[in-house]
Design a protein around this ligand. Structure first.
Ligand code: 5GP
Length: 204
């Protein structure tokens, strides 16, 4: 049974680092590579970080109902293809999605048992310091990211878990703990429990 983990966070919260650490140590997890119309940044690789497509191609995929969810973020389209969930199920792996709050809401409606995690920086000041330390963005982009963060954070109540990222190593351990705990949720392992119960029945 595939468990779907949805992770959202404003940029600068440490989400990408935590997601890559989680994936690196757990081969049972598969990363959901999204489609996007934004241009590749830095060392991003098509087919690894995202599938980069044109607006026309993306809109044709919307019309064909190919997405589990899609949204516009910062003027670009982003979407999760239905095929990715089928792939994860076929491979009996759990799926990790790094998607925004709009996408998380849409997906939780379709897959109510999906596990949602919101990553929060400890304060606005710390988020701002982290954005500046990355040295990736111009001042106006930093200001926009801070405004967007204030907006996104208001949606935290829709999430099952809120991880306050004070320390990367601790947060990393907490993420792994969430994954481990969700994997032994009774409703997810009924198919493993039943054969065990049967071995007891036979003894009687
Ligand atoms: P970035 O352009 O910085 O990689 O991502 C911008 C935002 O888009 C992030 O909040 C990221 O979580 C979100 N995002 C990435 N892929 C998807 C997707 O498939 N669907 C939705 N709804 N959001 C996505």
């Amino acid at each position: 049974m595939t468990t779907v983990f949805i992770i959202s966070a404003p940029s600068g919260s440490g989400k990408s680092t935590l997601v890559s650490r989680l994936l690196a140590k757990d081969p049972g997890l598969m990363f959901s590579i999204s489609y996007t119309t934004r241009k590749p940044r830095g060392a991003e690789v098509d087919g690894k970080d995202y599938r980069f497509v044109t607006r026309e191609a993306f809109e044709a995929m919307i019309a064909n109902n190919e997405f589990l969810e899609w949204a516009q973020v910062f003027g670009n389209y982003y979407g999760t293809h239905r095929g990715i969930l089928e792939d994860a199920r076929r491979q009996s792996r759990d799926l990790v999605l790094d998607i925004d709050v709009q996408g998380a809401r849409q997906l939780k409606c379709q897959i109510p048992e999906a596990v949602t995690v919101f990553i929060l920086a400890p304060s606005r000041q710390i988020l701002e310091a982290r954005l500046r330390a990355r040295d990736e963005d111009r001042e106006e982009v930093i200001q926009r990211r801070l405004r967007d963060a204030a907006e996104e954070i208001r949606n935290y109540e829709a999430y099952d878990y809120v991880l306050i990222n004070r320390d990367l190593d601790r947060s990393d351990a907490v993420m792994s703990a969430i994954v481990s705990a969700e994997r032994v949720r009774r409703t997810r392992i009924e198919d493993q429990i039943r054969p065990i119960l049967e071995t007891f029945e036979k003894k009687r």
